[in-house]
Design a protein around this ligand. Structure first.
Ligand SMILES: CCCCCCCCCC(=O)SCCNC(=O)CCNC(=O)[C@H](O)C(C)(C)COP(=O)(O)OP(=O)(O)OC[C@H]1O[C@@H](n2cnc3c(N)ncnc32)[C@H](O)[C@@H]1OP(=O)(O)O
Length: 191
């Protein structure tokens, strides 16, 4: 397991990237400010490109003790309680995930659940599986910028099939989304 303690600066770098994504998404800057910001980002790419590694050596997504696992793609679950069978926590969707009218982009929700349910599917020594399907029911808009409650648990395991379910509730306590994923355990040698 890769250690977040050994890669503190990288963890902070990914947090800064998340903040940049939120800020860029919400900004309408004058042209000279946009150009300066672009030049800053291009400098980041120039700085890091020589340190590109193979997937096996990659840090992003693999620093699993960190909220968000040092990966800027999926929304971050802040875990309050977890076991091999369940997880409870909080989620605040930043401006980056805005769809419209204060509601989260519909695609950000399955992205979030694929990560949360997928990790649970593989937890507890169950080994690697892949998403066969992800069924998401949007019951009410999921607001950005507010603290949401998340719960997920392994519903049942049938041979290679792991059914994992999850919910999101808004600050009023209303259900905004429920989801079910089927994760199929990989056979030896299966990519
Ligand atoms: C850093 C690490 C991060 C990890 C956490 C994040 C987790 C994220 C996980 C992913 O996002 S993986 C990427 C998205 N998923 C894929 O790319 C999967 C692509 N599909 C496949 O690889 C295969 O289709 C799959 C492994 C899912 C299943 O193929 P198999 O050939 O291994 O299984 P098979 O077809 O023999 O089916 C096994 C059982 O599952 C059932 N099944 C398979 N796909 C199904 C489906 N779509 N719907 C319902 N049932 C399904 C199938 O009917 C059967 O049921 P029974 O055993 O009861 O007969």
């Amino acid at each position: 397991m890769k250690s977040a303690a050994e890669h503190r600066e990288f963890v902070d770098l990914v947090e800064a990237l998340r903040a940049a994504q939120d800020t860029i998404t919400g900004a309408s800057p004058p042209e000279d400010v946009a150009r300066k910001a672009r030049e800053g980002l291009e400098e980041v790419t120039r700085l890091l490109a020589p340190f590109t590694v193979s997937e096996a050596e990659q840090l992003a997504g693999y620093l699993i003790t960190e909220p968000g696992h040092a990966q800027a793609l999926a929304p971050v679950l802040h875990v309050d309680e977890s076991s091999t069978e369940h997880v409870r926590g909080r989620l605040v969707l930043g401006r980056y995930y805005l769809g419209g009218n204060g509601a989260a982009h519909g695609g950000s929700i399955p992205l979030f659940f694929d990560d949360v349910l997928g990790r649970l599917a593989n937890d507890g020594g169950r080994g690697t599986s892949r998403t066969a399907y992800l069924h998401v029911n949007y019951r009410k808009i999921t607001p950005v910028g507010q603290e949401l409650r998340v719960e997920a648990h392994v519903d049942r395991v049938e041979g290679r099939k792991r059914f994992v379910v999850g919910t999101i509730h808004d600050p009023e306590g209303d259900l905004t989304v429920d989801a079910e994923g089927l994760f199929v355990a990989l056979r030896p040698g299966q990519p």
